[in-house]
Design a protein around this ligand. Structure first.
Ligand SMILES: [Ca+2]
Ligand SMILES: [Ca+2]
Length: 482
């Protein structure tokens, strides 16, 4: 026990020193593309034993060789970083009639599962990303092993059992998540194992970690883990399911560079996909001042744990149109946009595993899917070409009374460049005339105005102290002001 405390103090001191000397890692300006390798692309049929593409709960054969082969596709979309769900060696058997294709049932944290390939395949992928100037975010599991991992029987003292769970006052931390064998990070062997895992993968050339289920992990251990990452220049992204602005702010203060802002995803899906007012989005954005580092927060329309964004609409064509709106809207926000594979073509799917259908590439697309991709590609390019959109401060403007459900207006500003952003929830094309003074703008603030997104007809004019907007239905527009 004493040894543990001393080691903790030492690491804490090293962490503090590192924080003092090292600039904080940043992903501001990046666009992340999220991949679940088993469901992305099969680049090696030799590791496909037992694959059954007809079963959504089975292995589907996608692998690291396939991911490397399709890296040009991700680059063509315009993403600058790739987040892979875990690639570790998984438990050999199924649980609940489900194979560990998703990567969250690890058996060995320092081996690559043969279905995904080898460590050399991973290094080849890293090499290809580095050649393309891209970054890699690797998913790290720190809360549990897979249900049937050999370690559970080999090292019973590593895990919180029923007694520990019953006695705990922090049930989220010391009780099993979905029944998974829960690691006791207070055990020095477990601690060293997990800190060592982080070091092992850092050494393979990753830029960032996405830490799974941080709500369920011991806080002091997380502090030590983050100190090590920070000292090594690794960006850390925590997953706290359903986190709101307050939770993200708290964990940024406690050392994470970023968390996923689930509350914004909920509000965006509600307003863009389900016809709720845009005031719900404004309410989330109005809290950004609470965030220590708003530019680092991870923003998303959907991911592998929630139903697909496009699934929020009954009809496929409506889902596609609203996904275009969602993708444009996402690219106007302050933070780090994360696009889950297939959202760029408005793939559909309900709850897990239906939201993890195999990725489909260009040769299989309908003209409508191609249309969604082109909007995604353009929106990303517009964001990347604009310092204001990619890194600028966001200032929410006051929407005139009675319009807050239909209009969301804000500016993004960086290096003297300014962009005016308008989201329009109206169901038909509509014109609005808003007094500049009521938005907190003066006419002198709006010298030259240029619409930024291609393929949409959004217009803006300033005259006699009014901002006149002519907006397509259900879409987000961005206008460069100078
Ligand atoms: Ca394969
Ligand atoms: Ca736990």
């Amino acid at each position: 026990m004493r040894k543990t405390i001393l080691l903790g103090l030492l690491l804490g001191a090293a962490g503090a020193a590192a924080q003092g000397n090292m600039p904080l890692s940043s992903f501001e300006g990046q666009v992340v593309y999220q991949v679940m390798p088993d469901r992305f692309f099969d680049g090696n049929a030799a590791n496909d034993a037992g694959v059954n593409k007809g079963d959504p709960r089975a292995w589907h054969g996608g692998d690291l060789a396939g991911l490397t082969a399709k890296l040009p596709y991700i680059q063509k979309l315009g993403a600058t970083a790739v987040w892979l769900t875990p690639i570790y060696q998984q438990q050999a058997q199924n649980s609940f009639d489900t194979a560990p294709y998703h990567g969250y049932w690890p058996a060995d944290f320092r081996k690559v599962d043969p279905y995904f390939g080898t460590l050399n395949d991973f290094l080849a992928f890293i090499g290809a990303t580095q050649k393309g100037g891209m970054r890699v975010v690797l998913d790290q599991v720190i809360n549990h092993y897979g249900y049937l991992a050999p370690a559970v029987k080999e090292h019973p003292t590593w895990f919180n059992g029923k007694a520990e769970c019953d006695a705990s006052r922090q049930k989220d931390i010391d009780c099993p998540l979905a029944g998974l064998p829960d690691l006791n990070q207070g055990n020095p062997q477990v601690r060293d194992l997990l800190l060592g895992n982080a070091g092992f993968w850092r050494d393979q050339g990753v830029s960032a970690f996405r830490y799974d289920a941080i709500k369920n992990v011991d806080g002091p251990f997380l502090g030590d883990l983050l100190a090590g990452d920070r000292a090594a220049g690794i960006w850390t992204l925590g997953e706290w399911y359903n986190a709101d602005t307050g939770t993200v702010a708290e964990w940024q203060r406690r050392g994470f560079d970023s968390l996923f802002l689930f509350s914004l995803q909920t509000a965006m899906k509600g307003s863009i996909m389900a016809g709720q007012g845009l005031d719900g989005v404004a309410a989330v954005l109005s809290r950004q001042g609470e965030l220590p580092r708003p530019g680092e927060v991870a923003l998303f329309l959907d991911n592998h744990d929630v139903p697909r964004f496009a699934q929020g609409s009954l009809f496929e064509d409506v889902g596609q149109a609203r996904t275009k709106y969602g993708l444009r809207a996402l690219m106007t926000l302050r933070g780090v946009p994360v696009i889950w594979q297939g959202t760029e073509i408005a793939m559909r799917g309900g709850a897990d595993p239906d939201n993890r259908r195999d990725m489909r590439f260009e040769d299989k697309w309908t003209p409508q899917e191609k249309g969604v991709f082109e909007v995604a590609q353009n929106a990303i390019a517009v964001r990347q070409a604009s310092p204001a959109l990619s890194r600028g401060a966001l200032t929410l403007l006051k929407t005139p009374p009675g319009l807050a459900d239909r209009l969301l207006i804000f500016t993004r500003e960086q290096e003297g460049q300014r962009v005016l952003v308008v989201w329009h929830g109206g169901k038909t094309r509509q014109s609005y005339s808003v007094r500049l003074g009521s938005l907190g703008l003066s006419s002198g603030d709006l010298p030259v105005i240029q619409s930024l997104f291609a393929g949409q007809n959004a217009k803006i004019k300033v005259s006699s102290g009014y901002l006149h907007l002519s907006l397509p239905p259900e879409d987000a527009a961005a206008f460069k002001l100078n």
